[in-house]
Design a protein around this ligand. Structure first.
Ligand code: ASP
Ligand code: MG
Length: 322
């Protein structure tokens, strides 16, 4: 089969009919250049939160099997709506639930792991010329019960399906257009990164960056699937996460976890003595009290005794990242 492209759209990208139309047009642009398009969809807007809240309004002891049965409906609704729209625009498409798409998982409700994907149905739909739309974050266990992968798990569906189909790449569309050198909501002067390695992205995720579901990066790394994060709402370039070897010990990003830990992330940072000296001088000059200074292959983590303000994060970012 010719190259397969995976396009994943997050909840805010499909939050209403207007946005669904933007998404449909994006998909059509891709379809016009690539015959084989598989779309992974999240539930619309805050639907998943709403469904969870409604379950807990009924009882504090929500049955786990039934919670998965309930929350999986959010993605079924968005996938069916998008398929209705694409068909009406003259682009044949079919929506598949996790089980129809052959996504088999273990039995852990709300945090199920994908065990294997039988791609037969997906491939036969592609061969018939359909755009295939798959509900994110869900599969089926050995008892044929629906399971879900944890909040944000549609990213994991996208990259796992990409791996199973040996897709060319996997686009993750959302309302942000890429990964930045620090949190742009807290720090002025951040820049968007064009490239990141899987390890750098894993470190960022572990330090609290909420851009991607952690497990999707592990899968991308294992099966070497380039993950491209882009905005649904503009055509700006995004960030490509892949395994290209980056020789330079370049600092990529600075992130604050909790209130007293800052991490500086970049491949090979362990050999970047310049960065270490800069960090230590910064701590001295700003009279910060440090509890721990840890260095690993791609991360320097500093834990401070006291609360570290966003201003300090910004100052360090602007000294080290720019
Ligand atoms: N709809 C699910 C959630 O809100 C899964 C996802 O969007 O990735 O967590
Ligand atoms: Mg998400």
């Amino acid at each position: 089969m010719e190259d397969i492209i995976i396009l994943k759209f997050g909840g805010s990208s499909v939050s209403n009919n207007e946005n669904l139309k933007i998404v449909a047009n994006k998909i059509i642009d891709f379809k016009n250049n690539n015959p084989n398009i598989v779309v992974i969809l999240s539930a619309q807007g805050k639907t998943t939160d709403k469904l969870i809240n409604e379950a807990y309004e009924l009882t504090e002891e929500v049955n786990k099997r039934e919670l998965d049965a309930l929350v999986s409906c959010g993605e079924q609704m968005s996938a069916a709506k998008l398929s209705i729209l694409l068909n009406s625009l003259g682009f044949p498409s079919v929506s598949l639930t996790g089980w129809q798409a052959g996504i088999y998982t273990n039995n852990t409700n709300q945090d199920a792991l994908i065990e294997n994907i039988n791609t037969k149905r997906i491939c036969s739909e592609l061969e018939s010329g359909n755009i295939v739309i798959i509900t994110g974050f869900q599969g089926i266990n050995e008892n044929l019960d629906i399971t879900t992968f944890g909040r944000g798990g549609s990213d994991t569906t996208a990259v796992a399906v990409a791996a199973a189909l040996k897709a060319k790449n996997c686009y993750i569309f959302s309302d942000v257009d890429g990964i930045y050198s620090s949190d742009p909501n807290k720090v002025h002067g951040t820049k968007k990164l064009t490239k990141l390695s899987y390890d750098e992205m894993l470190e960022l995720s572990n330090e609290g960056a909420k851009v991607l579901h952690n497990r999707c990066i592990e899968i991308g790394k294992k099966y070497n699937i380039p993950i491209i994060t882009k905005s649904t709402f503009n055509d700006n370039y995004g960030t490509v996460i892949s395994n290209q070897k980056i020789e330079k010990n370049e600092i990529k990003s600075i992130i604050k976890k909790d209130v007293s830990r800052i991490s500086i992330i970049g491949n090979g940072i362990i050999r970047n003595t310049d960065a270490m000296i800069k960090a230590i001088n910064f701590i001295k000059q700003n009279k910060l009290e440090m509890l721990e200074f840890n260095i690993s292959e791609s991360k320097i983590s500093i834990t401070f005794k006291n609360f570290v303000s966003d201003k300090i994060l910004e100052k360090l970012h602007n000294e080290i990242c720019i």
